[in-house]
Design a protein around this ligand. Sequence first.
Ligand SMILES: Nc1ncnc2c1ncn2[C@@H]1O[C@H](COP(=O)(O)OP(=O)(O)OP(=O)(O)O)[C@@H](O)[C@H]1O
Ligand SMILES: [Mg+2]
Length: 399
Amino acid sequence: MMSKSKEFFQNLFKPFKFNSDKDWRNGDDLQKIAQQEQKHFPFEILVAATNNFSHHQKLGEGGFGPVYRGKLDDGREIAVKKLSHSSNQGKKEFENEARLLAQVQHRNVVNLLGYCVHGQEKLLVYEYITNESPDKILFKSNRKWELDWMRRYEIISGVARGLLYLHEDSHNRIIHRDIKAGNILLDDKWIPKIADFGMARLFPEDQTHVNTRVAGTNGYMAPEYVMNGHLSAKADVFSFGVVVLELISGQRNSSFNLDVNAHSLLDWAYKLYKKGKSMEFMDPVLASSAVPEQLASCIQIGLLCTQGDPHIRPDMSRVVILQSKRPGSLEEPTRPAVPGTRYRRSRRPLGFSSTTATSSLSDSHSSGSIFNTNTASASTSALASPVRSDPHGKCSVQS
Ligand SMILES: Nc1ncnc2c1ncn2[C@@H]1O[C@H](COP(=O)(O)OP(=O)(O)OP(=O)(O)O)[C@@H](O)[C@H]1O
Ligand SMILES: [Mg+2]
């Protein structure tokens, strides 16, 4: 019989043991290992995993293309996003970006496992996240009650930490550009994960798809971004603030139609806050689970984040600190932004072009990378042509 210690040592080295010397020389295996390192998925593997992108496997379709559920041979569940109107970004650039984004790892950010380029097709492979997004639960079902206050509070805290990581701590500083309730996925323990980060890097817009470009989602975009195309981390803070107020009220900002004297969800939150009646802003479903102090400070944070002037909005590190403070000790929010009425500049210098987005990759720590997205798109929409939305609520641009 094997002694306990011998067994222990054998087990210890098991993962490193190859079946035979032949395996070491096997080129296929080495290639597999190399591919894993590079986060590259062969197309055939994704075809097999998704049953040839069968419509039964389709999870949905957003502004970038369809998403399919799949299962790898090793049992891992995946979500494969087929990028449809892919940009002019070359194969190498796309691969570089995707490889960098696959290094982004945080408890509150969806894990990008890898990518695939197959002819003209570009695909992204994510870990599969079991539960739906708060957007579906709150706005598209009668299951609102599943998100009690504790869960909503955890979503707010988790998304704040995930966004802080993207803005400040990740390998390459990342502005999301499309923070919304639909881009938060909940795992089996209701832990929120930010989805679709880095799309701004993968879609550095260009003249060729000026008609279909994706520039954010209506109802969540900061006014300075809509009006001037100025994208910064503070634009994400604004979108985060909208998500916070949506989670608390159970109302969608873009289709706000309550019979109250307010122009928008944000305006309604502010008016109630000023009258000291913030509790009336709460989703009635939360009545039995809400913790009034937490609720009050979250409303105030939501209002601070959606202020018109990006300079006075807190950054995400401040938001995380504010969450642990008592509502009475938070700063006073100013009136929330009404897109289109503030911070309109007559003209933005055209030299501030989208090409910075593609070139900033290698210099990921430069301050330029934080503005790594297309600053031209929304500004063009504001100055030269009307903003219109596509079926996915995207803000598109007409050339
Ligand atoms: N990693 C994932 N795990 C589970 N479901 C996912 C994953 N990624 C996306 N989905 C689901 O696939 C569907 C389509 O997602 P997609 O991101 O394309 O659309 P969207 O979020 O509505 O729009 P957007 O283009 O603005 O992100 C959504 O229902 C989403 O919840
Ligand atoms: Mg999405």
